[in-house]
Write a protein that binds this ligand. Sequence first.
Ligand SMILES: *Cc1c(COP(=O)(O)O)cnc(C)c1O
Length: 229
Amino acid sequence: MSESIESNLEAINQRVAAACAKAGRSTDDVQLIAVSKKFPADAVRGAYEAGHRVFGESRVQEAIEKVPTLPGDIDWHFIGRLQKNKVRKALPLFSTFHSVDSLSLAQAIDRIAREEGYFPRVFLQTNIADESSKTGFSRAELMEQIDTLLELERLQIVGLMTIPPPRQDPEGTRRDFAAVRELRDEIVAATGVPLPELSMGMSGDFELAIEEGSTCVRVGSAIFGQRAY
Ligand SMILES: *Cc1c(COP(=O)(O)O)cnc(C)c1O
């Protein structure tokens, strides 16, 4: 298994580099997060031995079991839905939270980070297509709440994250990614706060995301294979 993980990882790194070249961007500006959710620690070890250091998990309980068995220099990112009652357990495990999807969750993380002594990096999850089925800030909520969010002293808010809705046409997905980038630009213009990061793109669409400015692609199945549910 680890042989195929190694070659998948190499292939993804090459595709990331090609997408960067096409977009006239430096590969240094795009981070690959290997999403290891629902894969065993051995799969992570395979990617680690191939040189990869940044991994994404979507459940706190799964991470509590996996993280301590793996090398301490792995940078773990939380990408799933975070329940407030899991924040205290999540903070020591993860450097970065991609899925902060409401003001009340941001406030809870800020409060607990103060109590526990952390300064987590945070992406604000944006529900760019206003899908009722999806969590995240709508454009209107974000514009209204951004000042309050930026005052939370313990959160290093680095940018926006999105999971676009399924679309028949990749150009629709491209427009979703572009809309998140433009929303970020609007917020930067309105607040003067730099938000350099965009967490956008998964196995099926990361090249489009890179062309539209993503700095953080979250790729799971294209590295580790299909997840068993
Ligand atoms: C599972 C997941 C991914 C990875 O998805 P793949 O299609 O397997 O690459 C990326 N982001 C989030 C938020 C996820 O939950």
